[in-house]
Ligand binder design. Structure first.
Ligand code: AMP
Length: 280
């Protein structure tokens, strides 16, 4: 695997591959890699000739300073995992490489999408996500970008940014990879104690419960009950929400036909976790 740290050094590789008609798949990450990330690498390798990954803990998407400072870093292990997975090139930029002194941050008109759910609880988060992905796509111009359903709203935001910026990049979304108990893999799980990891299982249990028990009609009570149960177990809940899978518009009354997604965000002590599940 080739390791490059600057825009100037990655571009000649990409140009050469493009000139040789090789297709490029791109997997952006913030490191502390797990099998969720590796599933994206594996999809990219099976679809495209060249797999490019990036590892960059993007400061502009953290609305909470301590979350940024405590974000897990396991660089040596990540490099070994990417190499073993068959990634061809890892882009490992510094903050000034992504945001040079002359960088002017655009404003991305994301509309309602950044006012709801994660956007509501993490102000500015999605503008930061767009900034970094925009910079990375501008550098790599991949045929295909690989994202995880684990960050459902982020996938929608990035698709919108790609439209706004006119990139010719397809987006492929991989299903959420879970551990044997149902816990969605997440880099932030590394910050949980063994006991907290057991508690965290209630997040996916909540989503499975909603999937099995949702009925046409008013769904507000179901959401409220689920949020209350999590609070009673010691979570600090930001939301338990049921929304249109296509638009993320909140649903209060389900007609029994529309395709829905259930989403949850909650803290266990200092660590904020999110998860979601399609209800069809
Ligand atoms: P991150 O390093 O958290 O920014 O995530 C990088 C990419 O991996 C994003 O597209 C995530 O949605 C995806 N990802 C994170 N966790 C999982 C998971 N458990 N299953 C599938 N994809 C994931």
């Amino acid at each position: 695997m080739i390791l490059v740290k600057t825009e100037k050094t990655i571009i000649p590789f990409l140009q050469k591959w493009r000139k040789n008609q090789l297709s490029i798949g791109f997997v952006p990450t913030m490191g502390a890699l797990h099998n969720g990330h590796l599933s994206l690498i594996s999809s990219s390798i099976s679809d495209c000739d060249i797999c490019v990954s990036s590892l960059f803990v993007n400061p502009t998407q953290f609305n909470n300073k301590s979350d940024f400072e405590k974000y897990p870093v396991t660089l040596e292990k990540d490099i070994a995992l990417l190499e073993a997975a068959g990634c061809h090139i890892l882009f490992l930029p510094s903050v000034t490489e992504i945001y040079p002194p002359n960088y002017v941050s655009p404003h991305y008109p994301l509309g309602e999408l950044e006012m709801i759910l994660e956007g509501k609880y993490r102000p500015g988060h999605f503008q930061g996500v767009c900034q970094v992905v925009d910079r990375l796509l501008h550098i790599t111009h991949p045929q295909c970008l690989y994202l995880g359903q684990k960050d459902y709203q982020q996938c929608m935001v990035i698709k919108k940014m790609i439209e706004l910026r006119n990139y010719f990049t397809d987006v492929k979304i991989n299903p959420t990879i879970r551990d044997a108990n149902g816990l969605a893999l997440s880099s932030r799980n590394m910050r949980l104690s063994d006991e907290e990891k057991i508690l965290a299982l209630h997040l996916s249990k909540t989503l499975f419960y909603i999937k099995e028990n949702i009925e046409p009609g008013n769904v507000e009570l179901l959401k409220q009950q689920m949020a209350q149960q999590l609070e009673d177990k010691g979570f600090k809940v930001d939301y338990v929400e049921i929304a249109s899978a296509a638009t993320l518009e909140t649903v209060t009354h389900w007609n029994g036909n529309d395709k829905l997604v259930a989403l949850v965000a909650a803290y266990i002590n200092e660590v904020r976790l999110i998860d979601n599940m399609l209800l069809f």
